[in-house]
Ligand binder design. Sequence first.
Ligand code: FAD
Length: 509
Amino acid sequence: MKLFDLILKFDISLQDMKNYKIIIVGSGIAGMAAAIRLKSVGYNVEIFEANSYAGGKLTAFKSNDYRFDMGPSLFTMPNLIEDLFEITNKPIENYFTYKRKSIICNYFYEDGTKFSAPADIREFAKKASNTFDVEEKTILNYLYKCQKKYDLTSSLFLENSLHKISTYLSKDTLKALLNLTKLDINKNLSDYNSTIFRDPRLVQFYNRFATYNGSSPYHTPGIMSMIPSLEQSFGTYFPEGGMHQITKSLEKLAKDIGIQFHFNTKVDEIITKRSKVLGIMTGKSFIQSDIVISNADIVPTYTKLLPKEKAPKKILSQERSSSALIFYWGITKTFPDLDLHNIFFSADYKNEFKRIFQDQLISDDPTVYINISSKEESTDAPEGCENWFTMVNAPTNNGQDWDAIIIKTRTNIIKKLSRVLKVDLNQLINFEYVLDPRDIEKNTQSYQGSLYGAASNSKFSAFLRHPNFSSSISNLYFCGGSVHPGGGIPLCLWSGKITADIIHKNSKL
Ligand code: FAD
C-alpha cells in the first residue's frame, strides 16, 4: 500500500471512529479511564451516571469543618494516572499533583509492639530486624522473591485480557508458566508467610496484604505476597488535596477533552437485538449507541441491565470480597504517634477472618485502620483536631442486623483505641458519620456492598472474574473492580485500559 493510501485509510478510520458512539454506564475510576483512553483515539464517548457526582467509591464529603475521603485512602502506582494525561497531551501538573510518603504505615500490636514502616527497603529491613525476630536478609529475600512473582505474572494477570488467546501466546505467559512453582499458588498466603517468618507478628504484618483485594490471608493463594513488594518498591503516595483529587482531576480531564457526563441518569437497561447492542434505556428514553461499556458491578449489570440475556451463573456466584464499616470521626486532639495510615492489629487474626467470611459478622476484636488526611492537609480538620477515617473489614451485606453490629463494633473499637492510645476516645469525638455495607451497596450499586468485586479466596479466582467483553453480545464490554483484573484503584485503571484496547483493536478489524 502506498503512503498516500495509508494516510487516507488512517484518516477515514479516524473519521469513522468520531461517528462511533460509545456509552459508558457509570463514572467509577475504571469507567473514566476507559472513556479518556477511547476519546483520546477519536471515539465519541458519553458517560451516564446514576449519582449526582463522578467517581463512584472514590468520593468525599465535608461536614462540620472536617473533610473526609469516603472510600479509598491508599494511593499506589501513580504512573497509571500519569498515563492518562500523557496520552491526552495535557500537563498533569495543571490537574493533579502528589507526593511520595517516607513512612508507609504505623502498626500497633496488641502486645504493645509499635512499628513505623519506612518506605525505603533497606531502612525497612533494618528497622524490622530491630523490632521483630528476623534477619535483614530474610526480609530482603522475601521482598525480592515477591517482586519476581509480580514481574512474572503482571503481563498475564493484570495488564492484558486473561480471556484472549493472544495473551497466552506471548513470551511473558510462557515465562510465567515455566516458573509456576515459584508463584506459590498451592499454599495460602498465611502458610506461605509462616514458612518464611518465625515471628508471628511479622506473619500477621504480611498477611494483612490479603485485605488489599478484600480476601482472607487464610484462603488467598501465596502469590498475593507480591502486594507488599509492590507497595515497598513502587511506593505509597498522597494526592495533594486528598484522594478525591484523583476523581476531580480525571473528571476535569475527561470534560476538557470533550467527554459528556450525564449525572443523575440511572441506566435502566442495556438494549440488545439479535445478540448485538443497540443502546440504553434511561427512564423512558432510548439512547442509541454503537458500543456500551458497563462500569457498573457485573452482578447488577446482568440481573438488572440485561434481564433478557443469559447470565454467566458460575461467574456471578463467586464469593464476594469483603466490605467495610467506617466511622468518620472528628477528633478534638492531635496524635503525634499517628501518621496518614495507621493499623491497630487484633490479637487473633485468624478468628477475625473466620468471623467475616464464614460467620458473616465482625469479630469483637477487629483490626482497626485509621486514615488521617489532616496529617497531610491541615485544612481537612479544624486547628488542634484530626479527621479520622476509622475502618474495620466487614462481611458483605446479606441482611445482617447492621444497626446492632454498628453499636457493638463502635463500642469495641473505642475501647481498643482508648486503651492503646491511653485516652478516653469517647470524649474526643465531636463529629461522626457512619458508612456500612448497605450504604456502599446503595451509593455505588456494588453487589452486597463488596469493595473489590469477587474475592480472591481461591487459586482460580483470577480466571473466574468476568472478561472485559461479552462473548455472546457483540459491542458489549465491561470494566471496573468486579471484572478482570479486579478491584482497587490500580487494577481498575488497568481494567479501563484493557477494555479500551480491546474495543480499539476490534474496531480496526
Ligand atoms: P465504582 O467506584 O464501583 O463506581 C461505579 C459507578 O457506576 C458508580 O458511580 C455508580 O453510581 C455507577 N452506576 C452503577 N450502576 C449504574 C446504572 N445502572 N446507571 C448509571 N450509573 C450506574 N482501593 C484502593 O486502591 N485503595 C484503597 O485504599 C481502597 N480503599 C477502599 C475503601 C472503601 C471504603 C471502598 C468503598 C473502596 C476502597 N477501595 C480502595 C476500592 C476502590 O475504591 C474501588 O476498587 C474502585 O474505586 C472501583 O471503581 P470502579 O471503576 O469499579 O467503579
